[in-house]
Design a protein around this ligand. Structure first.
Ligand SMILES: C[S@@+](CC[C@H](N)C(=O)[O-])C[C@H]1O[C@@H](n2cnc3c(N)ncnc32)[C@H](O)[C@@H]1O
Length: 117
């Protein structure tokens, strides 16, 4: 994109993407519940955690478990946040609610410990 020459845009699968670079910031919003079952969600979480630099931050957003399950997905915000908490430190989590039942999400900020692998 002309207006953001310092940014490289990559289109990839969250489970497949790999890089020699580590990233200071990863944003993954309303994506992980699409990847499949709990094993696949966990694999995607593990991949993203591996791409994050020590001290780097990850912003995660998702509809809550109840809505995701109603829509036919294996898991939503609460379950995936618990997976992220296995490797990362949760800094903040806020609720995002709209007018309809479908607009009920959590937005969480995580940091990777400096000592984590
Ligand atoms: C509901 S949209 C969210 C878009 C945007 N992140 C946002 O918050 O507005 C879901 C997005 O997840 C993407 N997606 C689904 N499965 C994916 C996967 N395995 N890897 C990467 N992206 C995926 C879809 O292409 C789609 O753009």
């Amino acid at each position: 994109m002309k207006e953001t020459p310092h940014i490289s845009w990559i289109i990839s699968d969250v489970q497949q993407f790999s890089s020699d670079e580590l990233f200071d910031l990863i944003v993954v919003a309303e994506v992980l519940y699409y990847v499949g079952d709990l094993v696949q969600i966990r694999a995607a979480v593990r991949n993203l955690v591996g791409l994050l630099a020590p001290g780097g931050q990850l912003v995660f957003g998702s509809a809550r478990d109840a809505n995701c399950e109603r829509w036919g997905h294996a898991a939503g915000a609460e379950t995936t946040i618990a997976m992220l908490n296995e490797s990362l430190t949760e800094i903040e989590c806020i609720e995002c609610r709209g007018a309809s039942i479908n607009e009920d999400c959590l937005l969480a900020l995580f940091r990777k410990p400096i000592s984590a692998s």
